[in-house]
Design a binder for this molecule. Structure first.
Ligand SMILES: [Zn+2]
Length: 336
């Protein structure tokens, strides 16, 4: 991910009372379209009403295990042994949980060395029989060099990627396990992008290559979700999530819905008093006409350093983000 200019302060909605991530609902979900047009939603012309289902609880400890497992395999830089091992591990995890798993390959270019690599995106589908679908995405590669490390001698070392890489994958894998046990009321595709973080600082060209490849082929492959949410860098123990400008500009209603859930379930993490521009895997989807919102921590000091390790992460942060996504999927509400 690249950061952009930080913009003006956003408008904060008032906090509401907290509630448990797991609560009874009104039966597993039928859903239907509603005809009203929504403004500010690229590509979405109507809202979707979901009946409330039982909202599964999110196992933060399990997510932390998935995070640590990825880091233990080594850096997931395309073309390395750690990347190969996690590709196989991820495939195994998804085969265990999803109804259908696809791998999609693409050619990527390392923004620093100019060398090419074969990237692999995964699409894991839940309720593939349903036409109404959403997607949740995260990148599984890690950055080849720690260019922001305070020690100049370490700046060509790879980033371990506990928060920047493993955290988003870990959250999605726990969601996969929850959806296997509790089929979601809407079709859900989990997307795991490769080649997100191989760009040179200051240039967008080497970033988000897997998401760009996936989004570019969306119309050809019939991939037409109503919207998606990308999660990235959500493991830090002092996680803070701000408003993100591309997301708000594209998808004001969806971003507001996620923010409202976040402020209810984890007010210490969701702090929409500031707004940031983050170029991440959601942007290629927005550019392809698919509404997408980013849920990402930002500004943590270990970002793009060799200290992005499990020790800086917490299961509470992973659980908070996971609970928000489960509420979004199962909570029962009008969805943009
Ligand atoms: Zn990164």
């Amino acid at each position: 991910m690249r950061t952009g200019a930080r913009g003006r302060s956003g408008r904060a909605s008032p906090p509401s009372s907290s509630s448990s991530a797991a609560r009874p609902g009104r039966g597993l979900g039928r859903f239907f379209r509603r005809g009203s047009a929504r403004r500010g939603q690229a590509g979405a012309a109507s809202a979707l009403c979901l009946a409330a289902a039982i909202v599964p609880s999110f196992d933060g400890g399990r997510a932390m295990d998935h995070l640590s497992a990825q880091v233990a395999f080594g850096p997931r830089v395309p073309g390395t042994i750690g990347h190969d091992r996690v590709r196989a591990w991820l495939r195994e995890e998804l085969d265990r949980t999803a109804a259908r798993v696809e791998e999609r390959r693409f050619r990527g270019e390392n923004g620093l060395t100019g060398g090419t690599f074969e990237g692999i995106n995964f699409r894991a589908s839940f309720r593939p029989e349903l036409a109404e679908r959403i997607f949740l995405g995260a990148h599984w590669d890690t950055r080849a060099w720690a260019d922001l490390d305070p020690d100049p001698a370490k700046r060509m070392d790879p980033v371990p990627g506990a928060s920047d890489g493993a955290s988003g994958v870990a959250v999605l894998l726990v969601l996969a396990e929850a959806m296997k046990r509790n089929p979601p009321p809407i079709g859900v595709d989990l997307l795991f992008f490769d080649g997100e973080d191989q760009g040179a600082s200051g240039s967008a060209s080497g970033f988000c290559l897997g998401a760009r490849s996936f989004a570019a082929s969306a119309s050809l492959t019939g991939f037409a979700p109503r919207w998606g949410v990308v999660v990235d860098m959500v493991g830090h123990r002092r996680l803070r999530i701000a408003r993100e400008r591309h997301s708000v500009d594209c998808c004001a209603d969806l971003a507001a819905r996620i923010e409202a859930i976040g402020r209810r379930l984890a007010p210490e993490i969701f702090q929409p008093s500031s707004i940031v521009y983050l170029y991440d895997d959601h942007v290629p989807f927005i550019e392809a006409g698919i509404p997408a919102v980013l849920l990402a921590g930002y500004g943590f000091p270990e970002w793009h350093t060799t200290s992005d390790l499990p020790a800086i992460c917490s299961e509470e942060s992973l659980a908070a983000v996971g609970a928000v996504l489960l509420e979004l999927i199962y909570g029962g509400h009008e969805m943009p």
